[in-house]
Write a protein that binds this ligand. Sequence first.
Ligand code: ADP
Ligand code: MG
Length: 485
Amino acid sequence: MTELAQLLEEFEPVIGLEVHVQLATQSKAFSSSGTMFGAPPNSLTDPTVLGLPGSLPVFNQHVLELALKLGVATSSQIRAKSRFARKHYFYPDQPKNYQITQFDEPLCENGHLDLIVGGAIKRVRLERIHLEEDAGKNTHVGALSHVDLNRAGVPLVEVVSAPELTSSEEAAEFMRALHRLVRWLEISEADMEKGQLRCDANVSVRLRGEDRLGTRTELKNINSFRFVQNAIDHEIARQLRLIDGGGRVERETRLWDADLGQSAPMRSKEEANDYRYFPDPDLPPLVVDGAMMGNILRSLPELPGARFDRYQKAHGVAADDARTLVSERALSEYFDAVVKAHPGDGSGRTIANWMLTELLGALNASGKTIDESPMEPERLSALIVLVETGTISGKIGKEIFEESFKTGEAPAAIVERRGVQQISDEALLWAVVEKVVTNSPKQTAEYQSGKDGLFGYFVGQVMKETQGRANPVITTDLLRKRLGR
Ligand code: ADP
Ligand code: MG
């Protein structure tokens, strides 16, 4: 049997994702029932959701607004007149026996999503983004099956990537990028534990250098970033082993079982014509006019990819830090606010440092989100200024941060009250150095006879004498002068 690593040198994985994202509307896509997660089973239904004879769908216009934001943010082509279609299948979670979706005239096509891979942006093409309704949920308890139709009719966008992802890491990154973007645009909470973002992964392998795509399988039911990666890795390995053993990959749909860590065939792949798609006669075409587009364009915030670039280019922030800063819109907005409050330019890297270590650390420890931060951007800036101007050392700065974070007191006031200003007065420091050296004849002799490692001892002594307030640069300077090396 050939090693997996060796097979991967010969073969290239190709992955395309179909991601479903629930849109955060108050009411359902085609009726007025609520969409609240966790409501008592079947409490959010109405004749349309139940598919009762004579009921008719009425489109919730808010769904279109939210979907358009995503379309514009992914630079998609927006269809001025798109159409809803019926996709027929029989299943208990879908009482009317068809799902309202979009088929050959989707709302968005040919967009792209920017992933951050290895410190750089990778742009992945999106074949389409279309609107559809979610189905209900079946749960099986022993011999009993329960159907909850609360989720039926909740609006979804389905985002379909081109087959351009080449590893499970990239696929997981695609999910993260989409998760970040929909939250950024405030069109979905995208809570994966609530099934608000979930994906099907299409996986194939082909000989490296080959243009044609290999036969794919589709993995259903993936609902966490980790599972995306595990399920795809597992499927790539399964296909490679199959081919290595002289077999052939069959076009099929497989179900990923996260508990077992393996997939099993679910059904052979259905074709579009199995679903008997046709335009939904109950719904008029979906029209997007210039005024709507104008509003969306005006309301669009700077996007994570652009911000990631800007933080590096305009503020000198390291790629890893920039990536963390844009992981959440509120975090990047906090950074922008500190930069804005801060005197001069060129402190971006320092500000990012303080935010990602001290601020995030303190927020984490107190179980708060960035939105709940008791430390305002202006106050953090004021603290950083104290360190940058040498009023306090970086080490003392961290203590002041902690206290200010807890009590809300202004950093300068704490410094004043505690009397921890850094000592930069050379005459004063010289006296301390003199005292330390005189009191350490043994260490002085050893240092002067070549034991360089002892220098830290002297710095430490000076710090001890000054309660950590000695300016370290000047202290080092004076010590070298005094010790003669
Ligand atoms: P369907 O609607 O039957 O699932 P599509 O042609 O719309 O099929 O493709 C759905 C997804 O499958 C897309 O994300 C696409 O990128 C991906 N895909 C298509 N062919 C392949 C392939 N050979 N290998 C991997 N992914 C693929
Ligand atoms: Mg599919």
